[in-house]
Design a protein around this ligand. Structure first.
Ligand code: NAG
Ligand code: NAG
Ligand code: NAG
Length: 393
């Protein structure tokens, strides 16, 4: 029998290499065991809201940040393509699209726009500063504050592939969506190791939402039909069935995130009320930025000052339609403009949401019209805090 002689030095090296490899694997494994929540360095922010709640405004606050790639309502394409389905049925397709966009995989739009397309085929593309500046479009710098109008004129004809190319160059991907009605639908994204998802839940007084919805009845009719599952029939929501569903979903999302939240929601959920934002923009914006790991640049600070004081180039017409100062009175407009009968009806339908989100009900027309009576309770009142709570798994 032939004996293979192996020089002892080789054996020692072999054993050393193997031990090293095992130690490496062990370190990786134990690291994996003790830090199951190690997330990618990119940050993914979902602004979760509903129609007419100030989410375009909040979207702009992120979109203009030089580190942010922002898309407004990318799942609009899902709803438009499959309008005969219900919101519930479309949840999964919407979630899949949102996940792909977070990962900068824009091939997901092939399903909804099968033709050869340009940048401008993407819904609301021009409100995204990232799609108006390099590398998506050469007309603006990444640090510029861009306007929708100027961007539309200069950047629309770039190929669609620029969306993906641009996305990949950013540290923060932010998406605004009004098409989720259940927080649990998002759990798979929160636990997905390839995502680092944080949710900003933006809410607004339902009575103010109704007032604002009344000003855009036609524009909302198709989406209403999808919410109510009418097989493609447009709905005007005169009976507030859609409002009821919106209020129900805000309660569900808020309670799910705060009453007994799963461990993976820790530090990943922030509720913001539109009323607080318009009353004290800088403090609310700072909190959202901190939550999102973004810093407030001097340029952004100046811009925010301008838009919240109705100053600077563009003034009221550009970007926001309303400045924040106007928004304070706009957010009270329902108290003068809607009848008490109507308010009573909305309060019946949305009582839970009004209470839980920190607004006061009115008991009479006198209370409704008396603007010295503040119906927005102080923010963060008896708010849930992780430090005093040991989450269950
Ligand atoms: C896309 O842009 C090209 C020019 O780059 C133009 O010829 C074409 O008409 C555009 N297509 C659409 C759908 O706008
Ligand atoms: C939905 O509408 C389409 C055409 O408008 C019709 O063919 C289909 O049968 C309808 N489906 C249901 C479930 O009513
Ligand atoms: C804000 O407004 C001032 C005064 O009009 C202007 O000089 C400045 O450029 C504006 N800042 C931004 C970031 O738009």
């Amino acid at each position: 029998m032939a004996r293979i002689r192996i020089p002892s030095a080789i054996v020692i090296i072999f054993v050393a290499v193997q031990t090293g490899f095992l130690l490496f694997m062990y370190a990786r494994y134990s690291n994996f065991m003790t830090q199951p929540e190690e997330k990618p360095s990119q940050v993914h922010i979902l602004i979760l809201s509903s129609w007419r709640s100030g989410s375009s405004f909040v979207g702009q606050l992120f979109s203009q940040h030089p580190s942010v790639f922002y898309l407004m309502e990318p799942a609009w394409h899902v709803w438009v393509t499959m309008y005969q389905n219900s919101a519930k049925v479309l949840h999964m397709a919407v979630r899949d699209l949102v996940r792909s966009v977070f990962l900068c995989d824009m091939s997901v739009f092939d399903a909804y726009m099968p033709w050869k397309r340009n940048l401008s085929d993407l819904f609301q593309w021009a409100v995204s500063r990232a799609l108006c500046s390099a590398p998506a479009c050469d007309s603006f710098q990444r640090t510029d504050i861009t306007s929708e109008m100027a961007c539309k004129t200069l950047c629309g004809r770039y190929p669609f592939s620029k969306v993906e190319e641009a996305c990949k160059t950013y540290s923060h991907i932010v998406i605004k969506e009004v098409r989720f009605f259940d927080l649990k639908v998002l759990y798979p994204l929160l636990t997905d190791p390839s995502l680092n998802l944080k949710i900003i839940h933006l809410v607004r007084d339902p009575r103010a939402v109704v007032k604002s919805r009344e000003q855009s009845v036609k524009a909302l009719a198709r989406d209403n039909g999808i919410v109510l599952s009418t097989n493609g029939t447009k709905v005007e929501d005169s009976k507030y069935k859609v409002m009821q569903e919106i209020c129900r979903s805000h309660v569900q999302i808020y309670e799910t995130a705060t009453l007994k939240p799963p461990h993976f929601l820790k530090d990943r959920y922030l509720m913001i009320r539109f009323e607080d934002l318009v009353r004290d923009p800088l403090s609310e914006i700072s909190e959202m930025y901190k939550f999102a790991d973004l810093s407030l640049t001097p340029m952004l600070k100046s811009w925010i000052y301008n838009i919240t004081h109705g100053e600077g180039p563009g003034k009221k017409k550009e970007a926001f339609k309303i400045t924040s100062r106007d928004a304070v009175s706009v957010s009270q407009a329902w108290r003068n403009d809607l009848s008490f009968q109507k308010i009573k009806k909305i309060q019946e339908i949305c009582r839970g949401a009004i209470n839980i989100l920190g607004y006061q009900l009115v008991d009479s027309e006198k209370e409704q019209r008396d603007l010295s009576l503040d119906l927005v309770l102080p923010r963060r009142q008896n708010q849930f805090s992780w430090s005093s709570f040991n989450p269950e798994h």
